[in-house]
Design a protein around this ligand. Structure first.
Ligand code: NCD
Length: 292
């Protein structure tokens, strides 16, 4: 594997290889990379978790991490993404993690530049490392995704997390279903009433409403959204005993999830963040090993 831009880049075997390696890192294994590689994280959209998690993963792999601040870069002087990446290639970077608001921004880079490209999120398109950490979290919980009922709830159409997960979860044998307002269903078909699917779901994955991708339209007041599509305390009480709550975060308390549920026993939200570091270590190591 030379780059990771979409979950479609990964075979089922490669997904399993990443999960096993993530587990090995969690168990204390250290990097087996032979060279001192240099990487950078280019985030053109806001991020706390993904950017910090990649940086932590890179440091744990003993990589050299060069800081990049999109808000102070020459992209503000009109330099294109491609030209920015060519600059970093010339300077000697081996891998770049990129988050960008443009869907498929990586198409102008992959195969045309030397540094490996790892997608940290492209518009409403893909977020492969989030999907891998979600898979790892579910796998850790149930040992498998096979036949697990995973319900993804919220702003499906504008969510790169939903899009990456829908594909990968199904390939791993899970039964994926969606709950959302009809105007946010995108290409996905089965839309259910939230209350009808709670009791038989093994995982309820809540999503943030992606206001920044809505062109200023606000179809729901916060309270109204919470009542219709939010995980309320009443809904949580109807969940199966073994079922878990997930959310890629950032979460908005009292909108897609009741504040009291964020850290409840079923919540794996902070576990997902913890797992993200190990999964990203596994991905970066796999890609850099391919260059040795
Ligand atoms: C998600 C993203 O950026 O797509 N966040 C994340 O990476 N954990 C979800 C979101 O912003 O709602």
């Amino acid at each position: 594997m030379n780059n990771l831009v979409s979950m479609k880049d990964l075979s089922i075997d490669q997904i399993h290889e990443i999960l096993n390696q993530a587990q090995a890192f969690r168990d204390g294994n250290t990097s087996s990379l032979k060279s001192k590689y240099t990487v950078s994280n280019l985030f053109f959209e806001p991020s706390t978790r993904t950017k910090m998690s990649f940086e932590m993963a890179e440091r744990k792999l003993n990589l050299e991490v060069l800081p990049f601040e999109a808000g102070f870069s020459s992209t503000l002087k009109g330099e294109t993404l491609y030209d920015t990446v060519k600059v970093l290639e010339s300077i000697g970077l081996d891998a770049l993690v990129i988050r960008h608001e443009q869907n498929n921004y990586f198409e102008e880079l992959v195969g045309k530049v030397k540094p490996a490209i790892i997608n940290g999120g492209d518009g409403t398109g893909n977020h492969p490392t989030q999907s891998l950490l979600d898979i790892y979290t579910i796998w850790q919980e149930f040992g498998t995704l096979l036949d697990k009922k995973i319900t993804i709830v919220g702003d499906i159409n504008h969510s790169r997390v939903a899009r990456s997960n829908a594909d990968a979860f199904s390939r791993l044998g899970a039964k994926v279903q969606f709950v959302c307002p009809s105007e946010w269903k995108g290409e996905f078909e089965a839309v259910h009433e939230f209350d009808e699917v709670i009791e038989d779901s093994d995982v309820l994955m809540m999503l943030r409403v992606q206001h920044e991708r809505h062109d200023g339209k606000k179809p729901f007041a916060k309270e109204q959204y919470h009542q219709m599509y939010g995980l309320t305390i009443e809904r949580e009480q109807k969940m199966k005993k073994s079922a878990i709550i997930m959310h890629p975060a950032p979460f908005n308390r009292g909108v897609e999830i009741a504040s009291e549920l964020v850290e409840c026993n079923r919540s794996r939200i902070f576990k997902q963040m913890e797992n993200g570091v190990y999964v990203r270590m596994a991905v970066i190591e796999m890609i850099l090993k391919g260059r040795e």
